[in-house]
Design a protein around this ligand. Sequence first.
Ligand code: SF4
Ligand code: SF4
Length: 411
Amino acid sequence: MTKEMLQNCGKCGLCLNACPVYKLLKEEQASPRAKLQLIKAYDNNTLASSALLKEIVSKCLMCGSCTANCPSGIDHYSKFMEMRKKMVEDQGETPAIKSLIYLLAREYRIKFGANLARAGQKILPDSFAENYKLGNIPLNNFPTLNTTPFRKASDTIILPDKKQVGTVLYFTGCATNYLYDDTGFATIGILKHMGYKIIIPEDQTCCSIPLLFHGAADKAFKNITTNINAFKNHDVDAVLVDCSTCGEALKNEYPRLIENQGQNPFDTKKIASKVMDILSFIDQHFDRLEFDSTLVEKLSVTYHAPCHTKNNFGAHIIAENLIKKLPFLTYKRTPDFDECCGGGGTFFYEYPDVSKKMVDKKIENAKAVRATYWLTDCPVCRMNLAGNLNNNDNLQVLHPVTIIHSALKQI
Ligand code: SF4
Ligand code: SF4
């Protein structure tokens, strides 16, 4: 983004009430408008770098709501990413975030980290796990890591259950691979049922959005090129993601970064043009689903729309309508179904108090509609929502694909 674009901010304030952090803190410095003015002053050399400036810029969920609501078309998202990079260069990074970046920058390190965490989950005494929190989430409320990484447990090429109607690539992301394999198996089950051949490239890796959000674009490049190389030679109908944040990386960030590097963006743009979130894909081909007609119990569900599904893809209404169309459930909308839960990548860890207030409000509203299942299509939202529920809340948080798959007719 150019300095000229930053000048376009007419200070109208429309981004203020779109910003979940501002809405909670009610401080001008938490607003997107103030962040832009500070960035402009820093770029013009009228404001020096400081720990406080880094803190103000970083206290942001990177939810994209300001960009989606700005009448002047300002791309806060890219500007914040650039500024975060400068702040890390000037002020350094915390040891915890540095370690996370180091881990996520290579697949073998992610695997090592997941193995270590899995072993830790087995040996940690309950008393410790109950009382120690990572950010706002008690350790004993974290999901149990997959016994086997999803991509290892599934085949690379999966044939459909019926006459083939097309071929899709599946980008599984780290969360499905290491944390939530139920999402992955349900996605495969639905696509097979619909008649799609599925390709899950073995050597895909982290989409790297956490690295980009933490100003470590240089460290993300190995992952980005690995993913592009793993996906570019397949002639498919769609590249599917089960997490809209991964989708944002593949669709919008990769082409921009590759072009900025002066590399040929042809392959990246070709992949980007086919990226689609799994719920929109299912919705487009809804008539291919056959449900189990013996299901009589009406499940009661509500939905939490992840920020990137809403702000980057505008697909939250498609997701909600898809859920409403499912014949075996009753949908109950909460008044804040499309408001941020405060998970925000590592926001729940870095700003636990702010995050906790956001998620507790969501939980209160979800409990009020008395649903049994709380559906959401983002693994961080799922972890944050489920991680802050109490045992007696009687609400199970799942990706929508899990519930769709469980109701399909066996072929
Ligand atoms: S909505 Fe856009 S133009 Fe208005 S204050 Fe926010 S950034 Fe500036
Ligand atoms: S990205 Fe989200 S949290 Fe960050 S300033 Fe914009 S609206 Fe606020």
